[in-house]
Design a protein around this ligand. Sequence first.
Ligand code: NBX
Length: 805
Amino acid sequence: MFSNKTEFKEVFLQRLEMTCGKSFKESSKRDRYQTLGNMIREYVSSNWIKTNEKYRSAKEKQVYYLSIEFLLGKLLRHNLLNLGVDQVVQEGLSELGINLDDLEEVEADAALGNGGLGRLAACFLDSLACLNLPGHGCGIRYKHGLFEQKIVDGYQVELPEQWLRNGHVWEVRKADLSIEVPFWGKVETLEKDGRLTFRHVDAETITAVPYDVPVVGYNTDTVNTLRLWSAEPSPYLVHKDIMKYKRETEAVSDFLYPDDTHDEGKILRLKQQYFLVSASIRSIIRAYRKQFNRIEDLHEHVGIHINDTHPVLAIPELMRVLLDEENLGWEEAWHITTQTISYTNHTTLAEALEKWPIRIFQPLLPRIYMIVNEINERFCQQLWQKYPGEWNRIENMAIIAHDQVKMAHLAIVGSHSVNGVAEIHTEILKKREMNSFYQLYPEKFNNKTNGITHRRWLLKSNPKLTNLICEGIGDSWISKPDQLLELEGYQDDPAFLDQLFMVKQENKIKLAARIKEQTGINVDITSIFDIQVKRLHAYKRQLLNILHIMYLYNRIKEDSSFTMYPRTFIFGAKASPGYYYAKKIIKLINSVADKVNNDPVVRGQIRVVFLENYRVSLAEEIFPAADVSEQISTASKEASGTGNMKFMMNGALTVGTLDGANIEIKEMVGDDNIFIFGLTAEEVLDYYQNGGYRSFEYYHHDKRIRTVVDQLTNGFFEDVEDEFEMISDSLIMENDQYFVLRDFASYIDVQKEVGLKYKDQNQWLKMSLLNISRSGHFSSDRTIQQYADDIWNIRPVNKRPLTKN
Ligand code: NBX
């Protein structure tokens, strides 16, 4: 299509006029963005086709990653970088008077996810393609992604997200590959040749239409596929009330559920889950059938991974296909199914474990329910043999109990691999949350510590740091991120550290400009940028952070001789719309920000900023500018965290608890290059088990705590008197379930240490460099290689380059 700047410009101009029907001069930014996007997608398409052909002819095993969320963000710049044409395109456009950054602004984030779980799926797709592994994503093409957040008077307000308003240039609709997904109706049992067969009749079907998005690898010709399903009315269905049917059908892929770790028992959610699973499984089997004859060998050629329990119906759906459509016997179908499916758990929070009442499940999915029931019966029989008489144990492990289907139990029983997402998380699963299953199937349990794609979270988001690294150690670290370790050779090189300092300053200047634009607040770029960005949740303890800021404010006010290294505290967080408590914390952060930022006494020492609508594209501007990374969850609660890795890779130092992957970060950088505080997971779990924590005592005995807690309700924020009673109650009346007050003193101490350490710029830069150099381990390339080797048993296929465009 183009191999140099001149050719690029020619093709671009020609395409622009052809597709927009306007002259170049008349064309808008959007016209230009769309033209470029279409061009690049077409540029990719020949390798896309060739990759698929290669996969078919190689007959290698392929993996499908089923996820209810893929938090992709923007794709233009990412694809340009991975294709290696970023420079050519940027220069070509620039000669036409177009700034590539401006075009990127036009692209909407594909926000088909809530947070860590959805973003992990997106990072994994990137790593799969980059490692030439035959792995594809299957998800839902929500018409509206995660809500847009506005802050009005300090409160979160949600607006529907509209990413498809101007179309999505990266997708290809493949209506001919649509699949009919049945709901409701009943099951007919027939006897045929002495064997019972089952037929789902009188069903209401929904058409699943696939939209394929190419997943482009870096510096390789591999292009994998993300298949997103859209729900449309079936052309085959005759319905009494066609308008109602249309409405209800389209609702299935209308909205992403905005619940982060809360379980929402809505029928529509279960519909979404089965819709994703049924369409995906049947399209996988259809492709398999074109390639292979023996369905009995399915697991040798296909792996299906379920991202948390949301797609767990893949297990009974695959059973259904093997039993009802392929006519296998139960034992054989079960063997194939369990050998095909693998499962990742992302949380131990009890409220997030999915359970479905039978009264909802059975009528909606009658055949699937029958199969789940049979799986349960056989499983309970097996338990009975192994643990005769242990009724309690069997009841606790059953898949169906107390009129509910327990999705995590189904996932463990119906798969060959169960993994946690950080070492401590996997240990907690094995020792506590899933201990009875671990005793039964020790061989299934394994750990795969999360990772992030360094291509988006360093190369794309932080070009200045990327250039500096390349000047120092060349560019082979880009394909082998472990080689970042070579940066340690520069620890005592003042010139290099100076440059590292400059890079951080420049990134801080950029973020400061964004803050000014969005909030009107001026921030001092020589202050410490101390940042907490993640979903708002009680266990993540944004509350601890903001109470500490209130403490610092009080300290400055009461003692004019008190000094601290100036700090800018930056927050970004969305709260689930129905999560009242989380929304109160957002209001609290904004109220503190108002008070602090408008008080001349503390000016120059503390600033507080809440950036609205935190999302992937905003995150890309934030991480590069951070000095301090706040990872302060109650120990044992955060399964892994991945923001912690993004900060580290961009040279921020972590203030964190011994939770999730923080522990592995600490092991990687050593105690001197991280700021650890607070209870350990064991201490927390011990408190939960044996009691002994009385938050009131901490309130009573520590004046610093008493002052800030009292300020929640004593008119300190004059305009909003009763506003924060709920927060104060959670800390005192409800005995502070997340140990905010218990960890408060320890947090103050460690934050003081941060301020002191930052004063010694040389030392700080050394620590920062060390964090960057040891971050290669947290590339999702490492994670994906481990999944490929230990769980999926897949190998690179597309090793040698295919043809060039
Ligand atoms: O998954 C997150 C964990 O909280 C993080 O510790 C972890 O790093 C990350 C990736 O493994 N979980 C998460 O993001 N969950 C959800 O977003 C979620 C969405 C819908 C839902 C339940 C949970 N119903």
